[in-house]
Write a new protein. Structure first.
Length: 142
């Protein structure tokens, strides 16, 4: 199926709907998940319109993974996390619910994922405060 340009992350990329953005460069955008599986749950998406990792041109993969690494480091620092879980689902059969490639960056461990996947909206004010800390961690590492 061709890439669906009306998916929610494409709309966030086009700034049609708001998001708590914590990182942006020419290749990627990162923002807070509104239904976090743990506090600090952040999503990193490429600007390239790929539905899954398998649709991302190989020449875009390096820049995108660097963005994931940058965001993971800032989330780890901001949340004072010992570990970071990276999760990335490809296709509805794998449980992917938004058809634009993304990495989940989740502080903690697989055992501390408090909420089921894409299930419970968190308090927007709490998400905003956590986003502030992640942006501060990002700025301090530059
Ligand atoms: P997937 O199931 O595709 O791997 O993950 C999609 C993620 O997007 C889920 O963790 C879900 O909570 C999150 N999500 C769904 N809708 C929105 C939205 O409108 N804004 C944000 N920031 N996250 C969303």
């Amino acid at each position: 199926m061709p890439y669906q340009t009306d998916n929610i992350f494409a709309r966030i990329l086009r700034q049609e709907i708001p998001a708590q953005i914590v990182f942006e460069n020419d290749h990627a955008l990162a923002f807070m998940d509104i239904m976090p599986q743990a506090p600090g749950h952040t999503l990193v998406i490429p600007k390239y319109p790929a539905e899954t990792l398998l649709d991302l041109p190989a020449e875009c993969a390096g820049e995108f993974l660097q963005a994931v690494q940058t965001v993971a480091a800032a989330v780890k620092q901001a949340m004072n996390a010992e570990g970071i879980v990276l999760m990335q689902l490809n296709g509805p059969a794998a449980g992917q619910t938004v058809p634009h490639l993304h990495f989940h960056v989740i502080p903690g461990s697989i055992a501390t994922l408090r909420q089921p996947h894409a299930h419970t909206p968190a308090d927007p004010e709490q998400i905003r405060q956590i986003a502030e800390s992640i942006r501060a961690a990002m700025a301090s590492s530059r």
